[in-house]
Design a binder for this molecule. Structure first.
Ligand code: SER
Length: 880
């Protein structure tokens, strides 16, 4: 029976539901609270802390269909897309998970039953092959003894260097994190395709395709490479929905399944490409990339020059370049969002609401790329004009690629047409250097991982209390657990309960003091390590010891200001929504004790009128003095009541809903005022763009707002005083001052010119003759270009007949010279200022141009006046 992709997905979930699994929603593509990961790239990501034992599992058996992107980071398929039949940057991963419940036995049996049972996927058993880790005898025995699979179809995969982790059958999420041996299931597409069974030398071919990976999570890999046992044995499996669908639909390629066929066909219609569409690799790439880009934007990624945004930008650009290969010259990529939503109806409901937004972002990015590409091509042209020899440096080609998106192939093509080669080695070297830099900046936050893996927990009581008694339950220095932090040493203190707020949700961490009977620890910041709150700082006196009782006291003044700014941020967001529209979605925020910063999606600069309106609304709401109410409720209740939530954030099951009258309701874990009136006053200090389509507002509240008002008042008073004006006529006074200034500048310039020219007339006494022609060659310094020409003209009048050369030496040792020839000599003796200039630059180097009576040149090197006169004299001799 034909199964469409939606059926396959649903059957997988139904099967595991029957096996006692809770069906849980997939997370967004931006992993929550995980600095180690660029994008969600596997179903297990959202459960990482459960595998590690940091979070308690809500259910012991879970199944999901998780949207994943594998572009960038450890698991990166971007460069394979378009070259193989199975790689996709965006796909859905079907997975079943056991958290300390079943292990290898049931995991393997479940997989076999779903794949081969006639009621389920009903795949022929002889078409399936499996691999196990060479040291995982348990899995091998289960496959061979309990499962009805031919022995020779079970392949052991080891390591060339005898390292347990160095095997294709050892799965790890990253260089640090949960991991374990795995067993992979392959499907044999038959001998029509090239390739050998897994583990064989031809295993890389397209015949045997991996469909399902069963990972047995047993270990935690530390930064130093050592494996620690996890608190419980778990299972993490992942099966690519598109791959299994291709098998169930009897096609070999993921790009030939129902949704891709329809999508590719719509794309070829829109871009009017008529050739054999299913064989056209560029169409594959574009179809894959529109899926990845739309879902990434939907989940909150915006094209930019770093991190996730940079990867998104690369994917969009790759699609556009493939469009160009197909001969598309118009902006086209955004047009594909409509067919994407239409054909991917099994998950596209996610995209409906954001359709306009996704299209807008794509249009802006396509236009930007067109401009960038144009500039890149111009720059290449410039490089080629200046090139000496026939090799373009690889570093330059890499710069053009990295900064302007010029693909190496395009640069090579353009160069080849002019007989120029591109230095590939230099290009590769630059690429390696850049990759190393990226790797270094992605380095895992080991402190965070080490603290969050400790078997400790603490509670936050700082919504209501700012001081409390507590106990030291762990101390860290330089990433290691210690028993004591001594005087003047830095470290991290963990308490069993704390009033200190750990930096999160844009709100900075609290400062304050921790006091024991013998020591004082100055807290300079508070951070969250997973769920654990850590106090960072320095011991000011005595020492802090493990196990000690402590009094923890937050800096109240600072906290109060932070809270006021946080509450004002909520009012600001709501006001922006009213004034600019519902597309105003938060992109980021920072709340500290001095000011607040709010980044949001909006396509153009705000007008002053709009800024004033927003400011007015926020202040009105402050003066209405609403109580700021906090309610805790299940996430589903909050979602259904339309509370504002961030796109790319995953929330706990129970959430805090913060409301200010009926003006603002938002999910928020931060600290706040108790009534809006406490904010006092709100002033926007700046509004500017930080990336295409993203604006930033900075604002201040309460006494900081007042001091800013005072500051501007003082400034104005000083201005009034020095201009002897008041608020009514200050602007007129300023414009009067400006025009008077301009007039005086002009007068000074005129007088200076006059003086210089007057002085230059005395040059006449240095005239000499070449045959009967009068020649005057003089050196001057730092003359403005206009003055230089006027001087030459005046000398011409004074001389009546002759050749004048003025060499003007600038402060930076650059030289420009002007050559003037009187009319009579041009007509009678065919002496031409332009010829003289060319003759000078041919010998001395430089660039120049002009007319027969007046020509100019710029020369880069210092030249003695004698050299110029030799050139002039010899040319005159030649002519005369
Ligand atoms: N985490 C494993 C993978 O990504 C199984 O889901 O292959």
């Amino acid at each position: 029976m034909y199964k469409n992709i939606g059926d396959v997905r649903q059957e997988f979930l139904n099967f595991f539901k029957r096996k006692g699994h809770e069906i849980v929603l997939g997370s967004t593509l931006i992993p929550n609270n995980d600095q180690t990961l660029l994008f969600t790239n596997s179903g297990m990501n959202q459960f990482k802390n459960v595998f590690l034992g940091i979070d308690k599992p809500l259910f012991r058996r879970v199944a999901t269909a998780q949207r994943c992107v594998r572009a960038g980071g450890k698991h990166n398929d971007l460069d394979n897309v378009g070259y193989t039949e199975r790689h996709l940057t965006f796909f859905e991963m079907l997975g079943n998970f056991s958290f300390g419940d079943y292990f290898k036995d049931e995991a393997i049996q479940f997989a076999w039953e779903l794949l081969t049972d006639p009621h389920w996927f009903n795949l022929p058993k002889n078409k399936l092959w499996v691999t196990v880790h060479s040291r995982d005898c348990e899995s091998y025995d289960i496959w061979v003894k309990k499962i009805d699979i031919p022995n020779e179809h079970v392949v052991k995969i080891g390591s060339n260097i005898n390292d347990f982790c160095d095997s294709d059958n050892f799965w790890q999420m990253g260089n640090v994190g949960p991991c374990g041996p795995c067993s992979e299931i392959f499907y044999d597409h038959g001998d029509r395709f090239y390739g050998g069974p897994p583990g064989s030398l031809e295993g890389f071919g397209e015949r045997y395709v991996e469909i399902w990976n069963l990972v047995f999570m047993e270990f935690y890999r530390q930064e130093n490479g050592l494996l620690l046992s996890l608190p419980m044995f778990s299972v993490d499996t992942g099966m690519g929905l598109e791959r299994i669908t291709s098998i169930l639909q009897g096609v070999h390629s993921s790009y030939s399944i129902d949704i891709f066929k329809k999508l590719i066909s719509s794309i070829s219609e829109i871009v009017q490409v008529n050739d054999d569409i299913y064989m056209n690799r560029s169409l594959y790439v574009i179809a894959d990339h529109i899926r990845a880009c739309s879902f990434l934007i939907q989940d909150g990624v915006i094209p930019s020059n770093e991190g996730r945004g940079y990867v998104l930008r690369r994917i969009i650009r790759r699609a556009i370049l493939h469009g160009k290969r197909l001969g598309i010259n118009d902006i086209f990529f955004y047009k594909l969002v409509t067919p994407l939503i239409e054909h991917m109806n099994h998950i596209a409901e996610l995209l409906y609401a954001s359709k306009n937004f996704i299209e807008k972002i794509l249009i802006t990015e396509e236009k930007l790329f067109e401009d960038t590409l144009k500039r890149g091509l111009e720059l290449l042209e410039k490089q080629l004009v200046q090139l000496t020899g026939n090799i373009l440096k690889g570093e330059i080609a890499f710069y053009l690629y990295d900064t302007y998106g010029l693909p190496l192939e395009l640069t090579k093509d353009i160069c080849l047409k002019r007989g120029i080669h591109v230095d590939q080695v230099g290009f590769d070297r630059s690429m390696i250097i850049q990759k190393k830099c990226t790797k270094a900046s992605n380095k895992f936050d080991a402190t965070c991982e080490n603290i969050s893996r400790c078997d400790i927990s603490n509670i936050f009581i700082g919504y209501n209390e700012l001081i409390c008694k507590s106990r030291v339950i762990a101390l860290f220095q330089e990433n290691k657990l210690v028993n004591k932090i001594s005087s003047e040493e830095e470290g991290i203190v963990i308490l069993n309960s704390t009033p200190f707020y750990g930096e999160s949700g844009g709100q900075i961490g609290d400062c304050g003091q921790l006091k024991t009977t013998s020591g004082v620890f100055q807290v300079t910041n508070t951070k969250k390590y997973g769920q654990i709150i850590g106090h960072l700082g320095i011991v000011k006196s005595g020492a802090i010891n493990f196990g000690e009782e402590i009094v923890a006291q937050v800096d109240q003044y600072k906290r109060k200001n932070i809270s006021l700014n946080h509450s004002a941020t909520h009012l600001l967001r709501a006001a922006l929504f009213h004034i600019l529209g519902p597309h105003v979605i938060q992109k980021g925020s920072l709340v500290n004790d001095r000011y607040l910063r709010f980044d949001f999606y909006h396509h153009e600069a705000m007008q002053n009128k709009q800024i004033n309106k927003v400011e007015n609304i926020v202040n009105e709401k402050i003066w209405e003095n609403f109580p700021i109410a906090v309610d805790e409720m299940p996430i589903e209740v909050a979602r259904n009541s339309g509370v504002v939530m961030l796109r790319n954030k995953q929330y706990d099951k129970i959430v805090r809903v913060l409301s200010m009258g009926n003006f603002s309701t938002e999910l928020c874990g931060g600290t706040h005022a108790t009534r809006t009136g406490e904010i006092g006053v709100f002033v926007i200090t700046k509004e500017y763009g930080i990336a295409s389509g993203i604006r930033r507002i900075e604002a201040v509240t309460s006494d900081v707002a007042l001091s800013i008002i005072h500051h501007y008042k003082m400034l104005l008073q000083n201005i009034f005083q020095s201009l002897q004006s008041d608020d009514k006529n200050v602007l007129t006074k300023i414009s009067e001052c400006k025009s008077r200034c301009r007039k005086l500048e002009k007068e000074i310039e005129y007088l200076r010119d006059k003086q210089t020219i007057q002085h230059s007339l005395s040059f006449i006494r240095d005239i000499y003759y070449v045959k009967d022609i009068r020649v005057l060659i003089k050196q001057v310094t730092n003359m403005a270009p206009k003055t230089l020409i006027s001087t030459a003209d005046c000398l011409k009048c004074k001389l009546k007949s002759g050749v004048i050369v003025l060499i003007n030496i600038h402060k930076n040792n650059k030289i420009n010279l002007v050559v003037a020839v009187t009319k009579d000599l041009i007509e009678r003796n065919r002496i031409n200022a332009l010829d003289l200039v060319h003759c000078i630059i041919n010998t001395l180097g430089g660039k120049g141009g002009g007319k027969p009576d007046l020509a100019q040149a710029g020369i880069n090197n210092m030249v003695p006046i004698s050299k110029v006169s030799i050139e002039v004299d010899s040319l005159l001799h030649d002519i005369l």
